[in-house]
Ligand binder design. Structure first.
Ligand code: NAP
Length: 237
């Protein structure tokens, strides 16, 4: 079985790649800039690095064509890569706003568009999109990010309805605050406050998300599609 995990060079994506490799998948370890980290992880889990800027449709076309040529159909697509933008709504530049939507929404939808036909043809496949708690409840100073993640949730629900009869399941994992480089913008005080606001009293680990992804990818989740699985320590219920 072959899985493509986008943004697998670090953080949640790297944890997903390791977890899925442990489950027996050959993992295509996608990265954008972190070539060395992706190569090291691929060596560790006997995966294969693949590169693309997911904010650029032409690069997605090139990467997915290479994947199809070298590996044929993939069984599992984990759309994890994403970027965040911190700041007041009106202070975010038009270029940054467009870039965030191109990576976080366009990248997800276009990657699916290119890899879905093989799944449809084979009448099987699984897609897991990584959303965010902010896409469910919204966050001040992360308005573009929240809107983009809400779009990922909407995309998941709609596509699940369109492709269910074709044997393809589409779900989201919606993480709460997870200890990765994405949150390096926050100081220790802010992270402690976020942990304090979480009923389970701590922030999550990348492995917590990987566990939910592995479950959704497995046959144990055969009757689950179109769902948003919250892994957030109770931060949003
Ligand atoms: P991270 O540590 O910042 O890692 C981001 C990953 O995305 C990296 O592998 C990076 O690749 C890749 N990436 C960034 N820009 C890209 C682009 N233009 N094209 C292709 N790949 C790109 O992030 P993370 O915290 O693990 O987050 C992973 C996912 O979970 C994201 O979708 C994020 O929105 C979501 N999420 C995270 C949290 C959290 O608290 N951490 C909470 C909710 C949701 P390179 O390193 O190769 O550049």
């Amino acid at each position: 079985m072959i899985a493509l995990v986008t943004g697998a060079s670090r953080g949640i994506g790297a944890a997903c790649a390791k977890r899925l490799a442990a489950d027996g998948y050959t993992v295509l370890v996608h990265y954008h800039r972190s070539a060395a980290a992706a190569a090291a992880l691929a060596a560790e889990i006997r995966g294969i690095p693949v590169q693309a800027d997911l904010g650029d449709f032409a690069q997605i076309d090139r990467m997915t064509a290479e994947i199809r040529q070298q590996h044929g159909r993939i069984d599992l697509l984990v759309n994890n890569a994403g970027i965040a933008l911190d700041g007041l709504f009106q202070d975010i530049s038009d270029a940054d706003a467009l870039r965030l939507f191109m990576v976080n929404v366009g990248g997800v939808m276009h990657t699916v568009k290119r890899l879905l036909p093989d799944m449809l043809h084979a009448h099987t496949g699984c897609i897991v999109n990584i959303a965010s708690v902010w896409g469910e409840c919204g966050a001040a100073c992360e308005v573009h990010y929240s809107a983009a993640k809400a779009a990922v949730i909407g995309f998941t629900k709609a596509l699940a309805q369109e492709v269910g009869l074709s044997g393809i399941r589409v779900n989201c994992v919606s993480p709460g605050v997870i200890d990765t480089e994405m949150n390096a913008v926050y100081d220790a005080e802010t992270m402690a406050a976020l942990a304090g606001e979480t009923p389970l009293g701590c922030i999550g680990r990348p492995e917590d998300i990987a566990e939910a992804v592995a479950f959704l990818a497995s046959a144990r989740a055969r009757f689950i599609t179109g769902q948003v699985i919250r892994v957030n320590g109770g931060f949003y219920i």
